[in-house]
Design a protein around this ligand. Sequence first.
Ligand code: NOJ
Length: 653
Amino acid sequence: MNWWAKWLQKDEAEKIIISPDGRLKCTFLLKNSQIYYSVTKDNKSVVNKSRLDILLCGEEPLKSRLKLIRSRTIRHQETIEMSWGEDRFLDNTYTESTFYLGETTKKRRIFTLRFRVYDNGVAFRYEIPPQPSFSKIIIAEEQTEFNVDLNSIAWQIPAYQPDRYEYNYERTNVYDLKKSVHTPLTIKTPNGFYLSIHEAALYDYGSMTIKLNEKDALFSDITPLSDGTKAHVNLPFQTPWRLIMVADSAIELTTNRIMYCLNDPPVGDFSWVETLKFIGIWWAMYVGEWTWAPGERHGATTVHAKEYIDAAVRLGIKGLLIEGWNEGWEGNWLENGVNNKFTVPTPDFDLEEVARYATAKGIEIVGHHETVGFVDNYENQLEDAYNYYAANNVHYIKTGYAGSMITINGHREFHHSQAGVRHYQKTVELAAKKKICLDIHEPIKGTGLERTWPNLLTREGARGQEYEGGAIGPSHACFLPYTRLLSGGMDYTNGIFDIKNNVKYISTTLARQAAYFVTIYSGMAMAADRPFIYEERFPELFNFVREVPTNFEKTIPLSGEIGDFYVVARKDRFSPNWYIGGVTDTSSRHVHINLDFLDEGVYKALLYIDSEDAHFRDNPFGINISEKHVGKNDTLDIYMAPGGGFAISLKKI
Ligand code: NOJ
């Protein structure tokens, strides 16, 4: 039989791809021109037989008389070094199988499916090379199923809603996911596995949301463009990786780093990137003392900026964010934002003078661009706006896209559509050119791009503390490590110590605000309260905030359950010191911490713990601060009050 005749016969294929440790197995199946995959762990089902399809506009589905042309399996073993983050070294060890598929009809269309099976997850993507008959495609739908048991529990936030990713996590059954939800979508299966369905390396494509299809299987509902299609792409093209993280416990899930491994190494020299802790001309606006808009109580004045720079120096904090410094905030800023000028300061703010002053004092200014979602207006000024900051020695910018939709090329688009994805990427790449780091608010969700673009230091993309005062409660920060934070760091705006202010009553204890600097990782971490609160009222607790690093060598998740509590230890990147943080929901809790992860030797432990009578509502300021010497054979028994938490620093003596 010649090769052609043989190939024509290969319309059925089955191949099992086995993880390096042998426990996770992914089966690829081609039958009757339909591709399927399934996943098991220890021979128990994780994802049942699921279809893989891509539908193109104006083209028949990519599966007319489909054959497997060839397949190839390799074992990859690599340790990746990240320049900043929660872990310096990531294990990128997997089994990869690539399936080259082709049609035997006249069109002879070809494409590839690439699978990577790790010990703790499975990833795959579609790769479409230039075709004999066309070089551009419009994706009508991607039908990637994730056919998990319908009785699984899911923790989710809704997609396509006006507040983007800013919703409270809800626990539902998978059979209730009739409307699209965002990823990472964390799931517990009836046979006890914890999964999170997400994507990695999202470039030039609509972001994946998830819902049940007509066959009652979860599938990829790709965010549409305003023209109703999912993406317009040139060939060759590859979809983002579809990623299923798999763990035996909720706490194990929290350090799944496959997402970063699936992204490319940095493109160029990023040795100039440094993580940053910063205060801001910010929370004073939230509590009504100052305003973003010019006027009597304008926050971003030259005078205030210099005062805050001096305060940053005294506090030992490296950065200062200044919001509301430019023209466009007057009146109804959400509507007027279309006129925002990103190179024109208000008359009472002299950017050049402030920047000079900051540089002389060794403080980094964090610039601010609130686009209000008017991307066209922003893109018209992008190059000038970044040049303006770069010329004034500003190396960090917080950007914002408030509003339910963004306007691109005159069209109202979802933030998480292909148009949005392209725009956010443009800002990251331009910022990299100008040696600027970004903290993106109202962002596109994280898919690990910071491995390739380390100047993308953090993003928001969930409810942060600005939602305090009623819209979030103590369980919110107990959901984040198991859900949102699987997609990367978050600027949660930690460290609000003025808990009982007149405007916003924060649902926290004092110690918990210090804990956030450990439990919610961010490459740019904000100490969000006003400096006088730190200096005059809580200088002792602020010592922890000053010292806690923003770049870690190693992260060890200690204990937790989704939405209930979370305890984590992290080792500083540049010293032998460790930091432990914990948060709980409205229930009090005792946690037992075994310090066996420490190196040999003695550590001075400083403990910031809720007092026995502390309570997020009734006694939020109840805190005990103590000191003791510990070593790797010791254990700590720590109390967390309702809505509370704790922070511990362990400094090697
Ligand atoms: C929403 C952001 O989350 C917040 O940090 C910012 O201050 C406002 N938008 C105004 O830009």
